[in-house]
Ligand binder design. Structure first.
Ligand code: KG4
Ligand code: ZN
Length: 409
């Protein structure tokens, strides 16, 4: 089965083509990710209306690249349909292209830019050799999600294909199967002895601890009550005026502080010490807004010169505080639920200290620890495609809608 996947839930426009095999193995034929980071950087966070505009502008081009890389992009061979198609048309079994374009105009009536770019593409290129379309339907930013969902609907309608709706958080977890876990060869073998799995999903929009009993069987153990972990990094970076997205910059400055032996530091008599919110609470919930506020109060006491000197130390302490809480709760959940593996995922899983801290802990317990390669931690359509590959239920395009607050369980 060949799956064409579309991801537009936040600020990356991504298209992937995945080919599954009967033994459960698969290959990623393409995975194109176009980031909008530069567009949102001046605002220090993702602006939903701008995200929608950029997805609309870029999606057709990314789709074309994704299909081309998968060697599935073929120019329409003739203006006239093949004989069998012509017979089906006369018998009224399929719609003519002009009738389909009318439906497409309705599907995309709120995505004018997308419609204008997609139409010439559909006229020029033949239906690619794919079997199904997968698309992120939530959770995410509603205006951004709609661009992906409406393009999936338009393509499914035009190419007579079904759609598999995908939960973005589930896809972050499944990203762990985009590489071999425990060195096993194929996706079925990779699954052996992993469940129940303790899954920590940390991104710009989500922070959740999920117990995974099998594919499709999830229980949310806890989640953030306010900001997501990545959002907290982004807000700290905005406060310190060090750039966007915050996570990678905070991580880099933290490493610098460590090298200079600044963390935890005393500079000009000032010690940077931030709280570890909810680290001792009996539940599996998180809270990062208090950490951000504590950092803000501390920053406000500093003059410009001291702030500049202390910025790497503040980053290091903030990163350590967030990681201490994440690691502590993940360990507690692993023990309570007697799990066989720990799966880290989401954009913040690209953080080196978080990766190594969790790995060190769980290797000690003899558990399988997995984290996707960094390129599959941040948003990408390959993880959407693989999640769809684990599902059997397909839908008509008319049945698909977005769900901004979709829950995994
Ligand atoms: O998964 P993702 O691409 O998008 C969402 O679904 O939200 O995650 C983006 C988030 C941003 O908040 C970014 O600051 C954070 O992941 N991030 C990191 C690192 N790289 C990206 N956070 C900490 N350390 C990193 N190295
Ligand atoms: Zn994400």
């Amino acid at each position: 089965m060949r799956i064409l996947a579309i991801e537009t839930s936040c600020d990356e426009t991504s298209i992937a083509v995945l080919q599954t095999k009967e033994d459960g193995d698969f290959s990623i034929l393409s995975n194109i990710v176009s980031s909008q980071v530069a567009i949102h950087a001046p605002f220090g966070g993702v602006v939903p209306t701008l995200a929608k505009r950029e997805h609309q502008k870029n999606l057709t081009l990314i789709l074309k690249q994704g299909l081309a890389e998968a060697k599935l992009l073929k120019v329409q061979s003739s203006k006239f349909p093949p004989a069998s198609q012509a017979r089906a048309l006369r018998a009224g079994k399929v719609q003519s292209n002009s009738a389909k374009f009318k439906v497409l105009k309705q599907i995309l009536n709120r995505e004018e830019t997308l419609f204008k770019k997609l139409m010439p593409f559909l006229k020029k290129y033949a239906k690619p050799d794919i079997d199904v379309i997968a698309v992120t339907v939530g959770p995410g930013l509603e205006p951004a999600l709609w661009v992906g969902v409406n393009s999936a609907k338009a393509l499914a309608c035009f190419w007579d294909l079904s759609i598999i709706p995908v939960n973005h958080v589930e896809a972050h977890i499944i990203a762990n199967w985009l590489k071999p876990i425990s060195g096993a060869q194929n996706s079925n073998a990779r699954t052996q002895n992993l469940f129940p799995a303790d899954c920590l999903i940390v991104s710009g929009g989500h922070t959740q601890l999920v117990l995974m009993r099998d594919f499709g069987k999830y229980e949310i153990l806890g989640e953030t009550r306010d900001d997501a972990a990545g959002e907290a990094f982004d807000k700290l970076a905005k406060m310190l005026n060090i750039g966007y997205p915050g996570g990678p910059i905070v991580s880099k400055l933290s490493a610098q502080a460590k090298k200079q032996k600044l963390a935890p530091s005393v500079v000009e008599g000032l010690k940077v010490k931030l709280p570890r919110p909810m680290i001792n609470s009996k539940d599996y919930d998180f809270s990062f807004s208090g950490l951000k506020t504590a950092a803000l109060y501390f920053v406000k006491t500093l003059n410009k010169k001291t702030l500049k000197k202390l910025t790497p130390a503040i980053c290091a302490e903030f990163q350590q505080a967030a990681i201490d809480v994440l690691v502590s709760k993940t360990i507690r959940a692993a023990k309570e639920y007697n799990v066989k593996s720990v799966l880290l995922s989401g954009g913040v899983a690209a953080n080196d200290l978080l990766r190594t801290s969790l790995e060190k802990e769980f290797k000690r317990f003899g558990l399988v620890f997995s984290v996707p390669p960094k390129k599959f931690c941040t948003d990408n359509a390959a993880m959407i495609a693989l999640t769809a590959a684990k599902k059997t239920k397909k839908y008509n395009w008319q049945e698909i809608t977005t769900e901004a607050n979709l829950r995994i369980a």
